[in-house]
Design a binder for this molecule. Structure first.
Ligand code: TXA
Ligand code: MG
Length: 403
């Protein structure tokens, strides 16, 4: 029933070292004389101690009735006490803390090594809770929340003064969404607090979409991880700026531009490149596995795109690179066999059943590539339509070269 792992005595040493190094680097740049330096090092050590702890991982799928409620109460209490926990949502896993507690939110930035000007998304369990954090919840917000919440749509609205600046990276707007996941909603409801939660990955790494990956990345830096299995959607929410004119999508997700336009009955924009200035999080490299990622832009026929993928793969294999080949949709079995025979043993072929399945598993695949030390990943690009557009956005951000 309970999966408390005992192997974290060794701890997440690499992560602790990274946090510590990072503090030292900051310290080196900021301080001048020796006593200030020593003081800085003491502070860094205190910080690292503050994030070191034994992690309990609970398999929420196996808990029912009383034991489920008990687990939720435990998480809610940790949130109320200013701790940071990991929980599933329908999009990706979140690393969450009380959105009203600046010290708790600071820990999120520290653990993720996230730049402090990159604002967090605040998760709520009701529209009323969202309204307490904004100065205006206008008619558009009302319509969108009624249609898409709980769900993968984040709304940027004018922030109320009661929300600490650190939660919104110093901006006067706030990003809010209601997740469509029972575990996440239950924690927020029982804690009676909005939860600020970025994706649970360390900055720059692919998002986390299952409990096992969460544990691997964050054991011994958070007290509790809820394993709720693989996330239903697998890529992060659509981020929509309601404070701009026209209303603009800053990050694409499972809720598409067309769906939003249908509800608002007006044209909105997708900000493909200018998101860098508007959504501060976008200026940092995202979603990238360690392997070199080659993205084959879609040609006018799928066969041509696949040929481009295979030609690149052949070259990589010739150069003895361990390579993962990723195709977005089914191909005939005969062709699959032929490719597998040609690229094995150095190459591995992954064929998704549909673009939706690709969204669901792409981050998991990137993490698997890291774990199995693939040196290259060659991916078939998608036409930017519906959820394909959001998946393509993530792949582009992960890619090193377009072919
Ligand atoms: O699906 C999701 O959205 C997941 C789950 C955990 O809810 N969360 C997530 O958070 O992806 P994060 O922190 O990885 O991405 C939040 C994005 C960042 O690009 C950030 O810059 C942007 O939203 N953002 C947050 N507040 C903003 C604001 N006030 N104005 C503009 N962009 C904002
Ligand atoms: Mg993220």
């Amino acid at each position: 029933m309970k999966q408390k792992r005992k192997d974290n005595k060794k701890g997440n040493d690499n992560l602790h070292k990274k946090i510590l190094n990072n503090e030292f680097e900051k310290n080196k740049a900021e301080t001048k004389n020796t006593s200030e330096k020593i003081e800085g090092i003491m502070k860094a050590t205190e910080k690292i101690e503050a994030t070191k702890q034994e992690t309990e991982i609970l398999n929420m799928k196996k808990l029912q009735g009383f034991s489920y409620s008990f687990a939720i109460q435990k998480a809610a209490k940790l949130i109320q006490e200013g701790e940071v926990i990991v929980f599933p949502t329908e999009t990706v896993y979140g690393l969450g803390a009380n959105a009203y507690d600046p010290n708790a939110v600071r820990k999120i930035y520290l653990i993720k090594n996230r730049p402090s000007d990159n604002p967090l998304i605040v998760h709520v369990s009701s529209i009323d809770m969202a309204k307490t954090m904004v100065t205006e919840f206008n008619e558009d917000a009302e319509k969108l929340a009624k249609r898409f919440w709980p769900g993968p749509l984040t709304l940027i609205l004018p922030k109320s003064a009661i929300v600490p600046d650190i939660t919104t990276g110093g901006l006067d707007t706030i990003a809010i969404r209601m997740p469509d996941n029972k575990i996440a909603l239950d924690i927020i409801k029982i804690a009676s607090l909005p939860i600020a939660a970025p994706s649970a990955n360390l900055s720059g790494k692919p998002s986390i979409t299952n409990g096992k990956d969460a544990y691997e990345e964050l054991n011994s830096v958070v007290p509790l991880i809820f394993d709720g299995g693989q996330c239903r959607i697998g890529i992060e929410s659509t981020v929509l700026n309601l404070t701009s004119n026209p209303i603009t999508i800053l990050r694409e997700g499972a809720v598409t531009r067309k769906q939003i336009e249908d509800v608002l009955r007006k044209k909105i924009e997708i900000c493909k490149e200018c998101d860098i200035a508007l959504s501060p999080g976008m200026k940092y490299k995202h979603y990238s596995p360690k392997a070199t990622v080659y993205l084959a832009k879609p040609r006018d026929s799928r066969m041509k795109t696949i040929i481009a993928v295979l030609e690149k793969t052949e070259k990589l294999i010739e150069n003895e690179k361990k390579t993962m080949v990723v195709l977005s949709e089914e191909i005939p079995d005969r062709m699959k066999k032929q490719i597998e025979e040609t690229i094995s043993p150095l190459g591995k072929l992954v064929v998704f059943k549909s673009i939706r399945q690709m969204a669901h598993e792409i981050f998991k695949l990137f993490r698997e590539a890291d774990r199995k030390r693939y040196e290259s990943i060659v991916i078939e690009g998608l036409f930017e339509d519906g959820i394909g557009s959001a998946v393509m956005d993530r792949i582009k951000r992960a890619s090193d070269e377009t072919i």
